[in-house]
Write a protein that binds this ligand. Structure first.
Ligand code: G1P
Length: 297
């Protein structure tokens, strides 16, 4: 099995109910951190990891995503005519080459495992990455690039892993770690959204995966698991039971849970503070807010 990963699946079929009413008419993945949509962060991370084929698993109401990756001739002409070259470059960087991107519809919301399975024909018989755009990871080297490099050594299946507070484990897939070597640990089990007392560890799966086609075969016969949904975690756990290699990778970087409002706001502030054009003004504002809070106490 080759160890070079060129395809990535982006499950973007979710309804985004936590961001209603905004998500009534725009996909959650188009919500912006400063001025870039969530999906752009995911795409840029994938590109930096060497991904050349992008597979989106979508649902009804997600057409804004397709428009986003398309060329915008009128906008481009206007920017060119008015000499706004920097903006033009920013805009052009969002265009996706024809044939590099594919859209598959998940017709029923049956879970993350089912969403990935919907992409099976496009994935074919090779290893592939999965990126959950809700998990935004800031850092010097993209998380997927770090994983692709580690995977070149290990092969097998790999999931991004991070320690979370013990009382938060039931929001995640959780690893049962065995031996650990550097950033890589071997998993001897994996469980989706365990009860707090029943979790094998506090090592949570974060939304980056490198998977073998065996996982797709497992998904084929997967029964609904946690929350009544077909879980990707269960298909990976089955692979461990069948003797396959599954590794957790402790990535370097800060992860923001942009599926939650608090995480989304934290990411917005962090990314804004990282920008030269916004930092000073935002710091002043935050300083004022903190002073006002202290004065009121
Ligand atoms: C999904 C996965 C879970 C993983 C999490 C990371 O859950 O099912 O295993 O830990 O993403 O964000 P969700 O957040 O979609 O409920």
């Amino acid at each position: 099995m080759k160890r070079c990963v060129t395809k990535a699946v982006f499950p973007v079929a979710g309804l985004g109910t936590r961001f209603l009413p905004a998500t009534k008419s725009i996909p959650k993945e188009i919500l912006t951190l400063v001025d870039r949509p969530l999906i752009q962060y995911a795409i840029d991370e994938a590109r930096a990891a060497g991904i050349t084929e992008f597979i989106f698993v979508t649902s009804r109401g997600k057409s804004a995503l397709e428009d986003y990756f398309d060329e915008a001739p009128v906008l481009e002409q206007t920017l060119a005519r008015t000499g706004k070259t920097a903006l033009l470059e920013t805009l052009r960087a969002t265009n996706m080459e024809s044939g590099a991107i594919a859209y598959i519809r998940q017709r029923q919301a049956l879970g993350l495992g089912h969403a990935v399975w919907c992409a099976r024909k496009l994935i074919g018989d090779e290893p592939f990455a999965v990126i959950l755009p809700d998990d935004v990871i800031a850092g010097e080297t993209g998380c997927l690039k770090q994983m692709v490099d580690a995977y070149a050594e290990t092969g097998g299946n790999m999931v991004a892993a991070m320690e979370v507070p013990q009382d938060k484990v039931s929001a995640y897939g959780v690893l049962d770690p065995a031996g650990e070597q550097g950033d890589v640990l071997r998993a001897r089990g994996m469980v989706e959204k365990p009860a707090v007392g029943a979790a094998p560890s506090n090592l949570a799966v974060i939304g980056r995966y490198i998977l073998t086609p065996a996982i797709l075969r497992n998904l084929e016969r997967m029964q609904p698991g946690a929350g009544g949904e077909v879980q990707l975690t269960d298909a990976i756990a089955d692979e461990i039971s069948a003797g396959g290699d599954v590794y957790g990778f402790r990535f370097r970087g800060t992860r923001f849970d942009c599926g939650s409002k608090a995480g989304f706001l934290q990411a917005t502030i962090a990314f804004a503070l990282a920008r030269d054009d916004l930092r000073d003004e935002l710091f002043d504002f935050i300083g004022d807010v903190i002073s006002m809070r202290q004065a009121a106490q």
